[in-house]
Structure formats: C-alpha cells, structure tokens
Design a protein around this ligand. Sequence first.
Ligand SMILES: Cc1cc2nc3c(=O)[nH]c(=O)nc-3n(C[C@H](O)[C@H](O)[C@H](O)COP(=O)(O)O)c2cc1C
Length: 370
Amino acid sequence: MHTAATDLLGIDVPIFAFSHCRDVVVEVSKAGGFGCLGAGYYTKDQLKEELTWIDDHIEGKPYGIDVLMPNKHAPLGTVKIDPTSLPREQSDFLKRLLDNAGVPELPKSEYEAMIRKEIEKVNMTRSESESLFDTALEHPIKMVVNALGVPSKEQVERMQSRDIRVGALVGKPEHAIKQKEAGVDIIIAQGSEAGGHTGTISSMVLWPQIIDAVAPLPVLAAGGIGRGRQMAAAMAMGCAGIWCGSIWLGTKQSDLLPEEKECLFEGRSEDAIQSRSRTGKPARVLRSKLTEAWEQPTAPPFLPMPLQTLVTMEARLRINRGKAKEYMSPPVGQIVSSINDEGSVKQLIFDMLMEFTDCVERLNSSIEAK
Ligand SMILES: Cc1cc2nc3c(=O)[nH]c(=O)nc-3n(C[C@H](O)[C@H](O)[C@H](O)COP(=O)(O)O)c2cc1C
C-alpha cells in the first residue's frame, strides 16, 4: 500500500500499533506495519532492555516509542523514594474494598519492594520523559509519539535532525493545530471510543475535522478500529493510515494476564467506560466492581496525575496476584466487543487487510458505470 504515512516511515501497510508489549511491536513491524512501544511506564534500565530485545528480534524493520508527557503534573516531592508518604485516603478506601471482597493482601515480606518497583516505573515529568528519550536515542527508533502535551520546538528538531519522525496524539482540532505549529510530522487523531486516555469527540466526527485542520500533514485514525471495515472507513475519509491500541490486547503476543484477556473476551462495547479511577484523568477502561466502587458517593476524590496511579498501584497488584477477575479494569476501547479470542497479531493484520480489500472493491463496484 502507498500513503503519506507509509512513505514517511518506509513501511508496507499503514497499520500502526500502540502497545506496551514488545512482542506486539515486533510482530506488527515484521508484518509490514509500524509497532510503537508505550514507554511511559519503564525505568531507564527497563526501557533499554526492552529496546535491545526489540532490536534483536525485529529484523531491521522500523519501530518507534510513545512517551507520556503531560503539560499539567502534580508535584511529586519525595513520594518516588518513599511509598509511605503517599496520600492514604484513596489507598485505605481500596484496601477496605478488597479486604471485604476477600482478595488476599500482598505478602508482607515483599510488600515494600513490590510497591517501590512499581513507583519507579512512573516516569512522567518532563525531565523524566526526556531522560527516557535519551535512552531511546541509543536505539534505531524511527518515530517518537507524545500523547499528553505539546513538545518544544527544540525537542522536535532534536528528533528530526536524527531522522526520527515526531508524532502527536490528539483528541481535538485545536490541539492538532498546536502540534502542527510545534513542527510534528504526523498527527494521530484519537476519537473518544479509544482505550486509555480519551477526549469526548467520537472518531467519525473527529477524523475529518483534524484532517482539515492540519492539512497537508498526514493524519492517522485512532479510536475504535479493529477490523478492515473500520480501516476502510478511516482511509475513505482521508486518513493516511490507522493507529490501534485495544485490538492487540487479546492476542497471543500480548502480555496481559490470562484472566484479563478473559475479561476482554467477555466485554461488550458498553462495558468500556470512561473512568478517572486509574490515572486521575478520564481514561476508557473495562467496567468492574472497582470502577463501580469509585462512582459511589462515599468514594474519595480522584487525585491528579500521577498520584492517582501511585495510590491505586497496591490495589492493582493485589487484584492481579489474587486473580480477582471481577475487580480487573484493563484500559480498553469500545472495540472490545471485537476482541473474542487469542489469535496471533499476524493473523489479525491479515484478516484486517482482507476485509479492507473487500470494502474497497465493494465501494468501487458501487460507482461502476452500468
Ligand atoms: C491499554 C492501553 C494503554 C494505552 N496507553 C497509552 C499511552 O500510554 N500513551 C498513548 O499515547 N496512548 C495510549 N493508549 C491509546 C493508544 O495509543 C491508542 O490511541 C488507542 O488505543 C486507539 O484506540 P483503540 O483503543 O480503539 O484502538 C493506550 C491504549 C490502550 C488500549
């Protein structure tokens, strides 16, 4: 296939994958698409290890990283080095909830080390993100995507001078225009159906607005795409390709727990709700007893990012260790209804392209002269 996005990155098909899982990144790039590793929750050393593994397995195909750099950020103070200084109201609330549900506590002997290990992975301040960039620059990455803020012109130029493309994920036309002004190479227009942090404008309405707002910059369509029909719709609207996150979560290559995958296989579109319970910002996650508890009038207030992530960490570890499925709330979009079994990434891309081709043929035949 040939679009502005395939030309920009030297790939065969305009299918981009966001994933926290290195195996998904590698499989998508090897299949001719472009894998982008979500690097928001790694320490520098872990990121180095993941990128080295990718370099060893990706057979020279291009790949990128996605970093989280919010414009607004709660001051962290010393909480990163002292887990005991985290606010207690929210973690006590979750402790009571899980105690009452009979979810086993974390083993006392390992408790502090486990929490500390998780806290070290939250690297979202500007200086922390920049330090992750430095690590990533030691690897042959071809694109850096930022989701939560506008990069400085210097950052953009630094990447571009090394032949690295810069992408920005946005949910509003105004944000897309700011990113264009900062000099980014490609915009990812993410509709509210998407998994993870989302805005409020749905894909069908957002994509053409953003295409018009930033033309001639290439725009990738994100939010609610998991099949060839949706890919064809996005490209018919003028998108240069697609950017998917949720659809890879159920695959063999995804490192979600088997119980989390089961929750996804059972999930319906209406179960993928927006909740602030995970990070403090509205994010689409699977409804569970945990998200329902946060909606009760007696629940404590949500904290700003990244404190909410930090105070809910212990509960998430506990839920995962205890395999407490009813409390699992993995981030996922409304496309969850199309995640039904544990197929391979390669098969998924093949099926998507076959369905895409059928759609294009159907459209073409609909305007054939009689
Ligand atoms: C589990 C999960 C985690 C995500 N985390 C991030 C993230 O850290 N950074 C980011 O830019 N986007 C993140 N996203 C959003 C994706 O980049 C992508 O825009 C979105 O998944 C597209 O919509 P879809 O979920 O309908 O495919 C995440 C999505 C999911 C499903």
